[in-house]
Design a protein around this ligand. Structure first.
Ligand SMILES: [Zn+2]
Length: 533
């Protein structure tokens, strides 16, 4: 599993909620205090040219563009005055009509075009440097036809659309402190690493999760570790052995250890708890070292890694264990008392499968033996079996066909996975419809695999061509399962296997041999997507 995907959105969303309702850390003394940064900017707007934005220094929000005038944004420029005390800046890239994704642009630069009458369609934004360790960037766009319905999205998520030819009209941008979030949760320790060629991970690992990568030959260059528990006072200190530098001085509570931007590998690390929390927990950590692979667990300041051998660290897991408890196991044995599910920490791909309906549900009007719920249950088990042949780990949302579970929770069950698929077959009063459909997360994260799956269904079933949809609701994705998986940072697709209202399709899906063959072919598509076949 690639670690950059883990758990980012849970954090951002919980963070947004906490900040909105308490505002504690952002404005500790005075509720009307200004945010520690200033944004200004210019949008190139259809028919009116360069148009300055407005900034509210209390909410920290910059607004660019227009609303109610149906005028496309053609380019944006955002200027960032950073008074946070943390080095770093804002970067953004835009998806432009007829051009597609353009390169990342740093704050102060223009993204998009002017004088070419091309609309902006989508935007990604991110923070860089140590700033990213303490803040996240959130942004919100007004989209042609969809209006404001997409709402705020966080760093690394798509705002707007691609492939739908819809113009952006307005953009809101703000930074939100993430320090407050971490101290308000049950998790005890958070860490993230700077990876060769990848950069800083966009999300924090917690509770034994893998930070870094294995099997890709990429060195770790820097690491942040922060004690974020609230039950006991205390903190964490750590030191790293760095190429050409040797042991650095001890760092504490979220300070940078190692380097970045200097292409120097980490080779070893020592970590200790400090203060009261050290009386209640042992801190265990292990590293994935070049050539050796995973080394044994070290604890409480012991040395992990190598020195004098020129071997890079590639990944790390850190976990707190109740004082005197046994050392963590290799996989699921890793658990602190945080309420976070633990997943195997290696580069295995994890796919979450969801049988779309419960019990006996959605009987076909034309083929009475066919129930959509029977099909989705049977088929997702076949697909699981086929995926496991490629070494993919499969997580199911429900334990049996009659177990009830909310749609949002089913999506959230994908936490820690690489992909979420909800299995369905479609219905219409028009019994001639047969096309398979991939309803993909509106952030675009599953478009490619969604379309590939819908296409293989179309081919195997011999039905109308596949279609791909983004369906926007009031709070993001229209479908609860897709809102759920997006909330835990997992790409998701609701996959409609043709229409059970079409007699031929319903009959086709009643045949086990057909389903087994289709499961094989879908599994192959997924395995190829993840580079496993
Ligand atoms: Zn359905």
């Amino acid at each position: 599993m690639t670690t950059t995907k883990i758990m980012r959105s849970v954090f951002s969303i919980a963070l947004a909620v906490i900040v909105v309702f308490t505002g504690l850390k952002l404005f500790p003394e005075n509720a009307s205090a200004d945010v520690p940064y200033k944004l200004s900017g210019v949008a190139h707007v259809q028919d009116q040219g360069d148009t300055p934005g407005t900034f509210d220094s209390t909410t920290g929000e910059l607004v660019l563009g227009t609303e109610g005038l149906s005028r496309r944004l053609e380019s944006i420029t955002i200027n960032f005055e950073n008074n946070t005390g943390y080095e770093g800046t804002i970067e953004y890239k835009v998806h432009v009509q007829d051009i597609g994704w353009m390169d990342w642009v740093e704050a102060g630069g223009a993204a998009g075009t002017s004088g070419k009458a091309k609309r902006l369609e989508g935007i990604y934004m991110q923070l860089t440097g140590e700033l990213a360790n303490h803040f996240t960037i959130q942004y919100w766009v007004h989209i042609q036809d969809y209006g404001d319905s997409q709402g705020w999205v966080s760093e690394g998520q798509l705002a707007g659309t691609t492939g739908e030819s819809k113009r952006l009209e307005k953009l809101h941008v703000k930074l939100v402190s993430t320090d407050q979030f971490y101290s308000g949760t049950d998790c005890l320790l958070a860490y993230k690493t700077h990876i060769q060629d990848v950069g800083w991970e966009t999300s924090w690992a917690t509770d034994g999760k893998c930070s870094g990568s294995t099997g890709k030959g990429r060195r770790l260059e820097g690491i942040y570790i922060d004690y974020v528990g609230t039950k006991y006072s205390g903190g964490v200190k750590y030191t790293t052995h760095v190429q050409d530098i040797g042991w650095q001085t001890w760092r504490t509570d979220g300070e940078l250890a190692g380097t970045y931007g200097q292409s120097k590998r980490l080779e070893g690390i020592k970590i200790e708890l400090t203060g009261d929390v050290a009386n209640y927990y042992d801190i265990y950590y292990r590293v994935h070292s070049e050539y050796f692979g995973w080394l044994d667990w070290a604890k409480n300041g012991e040395f992990a890694g190598t020195q004098g051998m020129g071997k890079r660290l590639e990944a790390i897991q850190i976990v707190l264990v109740a004082k005197g408890g046994s050392k963590p196991g290799n996989l699921e044995g890793i658990k602190s008392d945080a309420q976070v599910p633990c997943y195997p920490c290696d580069d295995k791909i994890i796919v979450c499968l969801d049988a779309g309906h419960i019990g006996k549900y959605n009987k076909s009007p034309s083929v009475p033996e066919y129930y959509e719920s029977d099909f989705t249950w049977k088929f997702h088990l076949y697909l699981k079996e086929e995926l496991e042949k490629y070494g993919i780990i499969v997580v199911l949302t429900r334990g049996d066909q009659y177990e009830s579970m909310g749609v949002y929770e089913r999506g959230q069950a994908a936490q820690g996975c690489d992909l979420f698929i909800s299995i369905h077959s479609d219905a219409s009063s028009n019994t001639s419809y047969t096309n398979p459909s991939a309803y993909c997360c509106i952030n675009g994260s599953a478009d490619k695999i969604g379309m590939q799956l819908a296409q293989v269904i179309s081919k195997d079933m011999g039905v109308a061509p596949a279609q791909l949809y983004h369906r926007v609701g009031e709070n993001g994705d229209y479908y609860g399962v897709l809102r759920g998986c997006t909330s835990v940072g997992v790409p998701g697709v609701l996959l409609e296997h043709s229409f059970y209202t079409n007699p031929n399709s319903a009959k086709w899906m009643l045949n086990d041999d057909n389903l087994k063959k289709l499961a094989q072919d879908e599994a192959l598509v997924i395995a190829q997507y993840f580079g496993l076949a």
